[in-house]
Unconditional design. Structure first.
Length: 65
C-alpha cells in the first residue's frame, strides 16, 4: 500500500480505503490511532462534501451437494 501525498486528489485505492474506514467508524468500531491519522489525512484531501458508503461486491459461489 502506498499513499502519494504529493497529489491532492485521492486515488481509487485511497478513496476505497477512506470509505471503508468511515464505514467502520460509523458502525461503532474504534479505529487505532494510526488509522485515525490516516483517515484524517485522506479526508483532508477528499474533494467530495460527504464520504460515500463502501462498494459491496457479492460473489456467487456454486452450491455444493
Amino acid at each position: 500500500m502506498t499513499i502519494d501525498l504529493r497529489d491532492n486528489r485521492l486515488s481509487p485505492f485511497e478513496d476505497g480505503l477512506l470509505r471503508r474506514l468511515f464505514f467502520f467508524e460509523t458502525s461503532g468500531a474504534t479505529l487505532a490511532p494510526p488509522l485515525r491519522v490516516l483517515k484524517a489525512e485522506l479526508r483532508s484531501r477528499d474533494q467530495r462534501s460527504t464520504v460515500r458508503d463502501p462498494e459491496v461486491a457479492v460473489t456467487r459461489v456454486p452450491h455444493y451437494v
